[in-house]
Ligand binder design. Structure first.
Ligand SMILES: [Zn+2]
Length: 439
């Protein structure tokens, strides 16, 4: 363990000890990770478990250096506790610190996909896909042992053929539109120790949330939900889904809301004459970041890497009838939108959100489909609306501009959707009319 340099702070509660700590097997090493204990304080234990013996209590606002992490019943951080007679090695639950909001979390975000809970989930998906393809037991058992890059490649090979042909057609316009690489990261991780199965979401377009709530919330958007909602607790780490830049972008109607927008780079091979990377035509917008406290991990103009923690999820803010603002603290979730900022002949700017799932890699589409199938709240209504059964890719995008309410539209055989609402074929037809993107 390298020696860490404590940051100078006058806090009397500061307890930074940098003895050599022993990382047990399975622990993820952390380097230079400083965490601050939440006001309630946190018990210090001899092992990474709620059942383990207590060594003492770290009071609120104590700052501690964490040398490693284990995901189990909590996010256990290895810290030094010299009060202990035997060894200074001790463990605290990271949930009682600011760890998930800290830059230190970025050191473990990649490992999240390799944690036991997520691996089990991913392997169960692979098992089902193999069964559908008639694979024998030995082949399935072999797949059960995969992890790391091997598992990712296997997921990729199994899931790529299941993507609807229209999605592939959209990506054939990649150079025309100036699209980045497919995103291979979720925009949010469930705050440990929650398992991935608990991650619920609502989809884009006419989904269950919009169906139930359009008379209240959706007059201006024709009854359509303009992003994908990930139901996660306040404080959950937000992940940059691609290499890119943090840019200014207004997409939430309420100016009191906190948000972040990421403009991914074009793929590596497209570069400017001076070798620098070029920005794509896509903006990924993360909404409802107002939290307690609001995290400020990046600012406009920052360059970020795929997988980096760029902020934390929070609550929506709404405007009351008297003009005041109020936090919806019973409605924590991430609202994620994707926009194409082409200056094509019919501008697809900030008034026309696209289906975010169009931009994810097939393996993440499959993983999200499995999450949706297991959830008690399916993201799309199967009945009770005029369009028949809806799925992830029912809609490619829609425009806010026409003011009639989509729910009042009477679908016909020729026109399932009203003008301004684009199924995938309609979106592709529209995009083909744009002037090509010039890298
Ligand atoms: Zn939303």
């Amino acid at each position: 363990m390298e020696t860490l340099v404590p940051e100078p702070t006058p806090e009397p509660a500061e307890r930074l000890f940098f003895q050599k700590l022993t990382l047990p097997p399975g622990a993820i090493p952390l380097s230079g990770a400083l965490v601050t204990v939440r006001p309630s304080g946190v018990n210090v234990r001899v092992e990474p478990s709620l059942l383990a013996e207590k060594l003492g209590k770290a009071e609120g606002n104590t700052r501690l250096a964490a040398a490693g992490l284990i995901f189990s019943d909590h996010t256990w951080l290895l810290v030094s506790w010299p009060d202990s007679a035997a060894s200074p090695d001790a463990w605290i639950a990271g949930e009682y610190t600011d760890f998930s909001r800290s830059r230190a979390y970025s050191q473990v975000s990649d490992e999240w996909y390799e944690t036991e809970a997520v691996l089990n989930f991913r392997r169960s998906l692979v098992r089902d896909l193999l069964r559908v393809r008639g694979a024998d037991g030995a082949r399935i058992a072999q797949a059960e042992r995969l992890s790391g890059a091997e598992l990712t490649a296997f997921e990729d090979s199994l899931t790529r053929p299941t993507i609807p042909p229209a999605v592939a057609r959209f990506w054939q316009m990649r150079e025309h539109l100036g699209l980045p690489d497919l995103f291979d990261l979720l925009p949010v991780h469930t705050a440990p120790p929650a398992e991935i199965e608990t991650l619920e979401f609502s989809g884009f377009g006419p989904n269950n949330f919009a169906l139930e709530n359009w008379p209240v919330y959706y007059e201006g958007t024709r009854g359509l939900h303009n992003g994908v909602d990930y139901m996660v607790p306040e404080g959950s780490p937000l992940i940059a889904v691609a290499d890119g830049q943090i840019v200014p972008f207004r997409f939430l109607a309420n100016a009191a809301e906190r948000s972040l927008a990421l403009r991914p780079y074009l793929p590596e091979q497209y570069r400017a004459a001076d070798g620098s990377r070029l920005l794509s035509n896509v903006i990924v917008a993360y909404g409802h970041l107002t939290g307690d406290p609001t995290s400020q991990l990046v600012k406009v103009g920052d360059d970020v890497r795929a997988g980096q923690i760029i902020g934390t999820s929070g609550w929506p803010v709404y405007i009351r009838e008297d003009g005041g603002t109020e936090i919806q603290s019973n409605n924590a979730h991430l609202h994620l939108e994707v926009h194409l900022v082409t200056d094509g002949t019919r501008n697809l700017g900030s008034r026309t959100p696209l289906n975010p799932l169009l931009f994810w890699s097939p393996r993440w589409i499959a993983i999200q489909a499995r999450l949706a199938a297991r959830s008690g709240h399916a993201p799309y209504p199967a009945s009770g609306q005029p369009w028949g059964r809806l799925g992830f890719f029912s809609l490619g995008g829609f425009s806010y501009e026409p003011s009639s309410i989509v729910w009042n539209y009477e679908p016909t055989r020729e026109a399932l959707w009203p003008p301004g609402v684009y199924d995938l074929d309609g979106l592709i037809a529209l995009a083909q009319t744009f002037a090509p993107y010039e890298a």
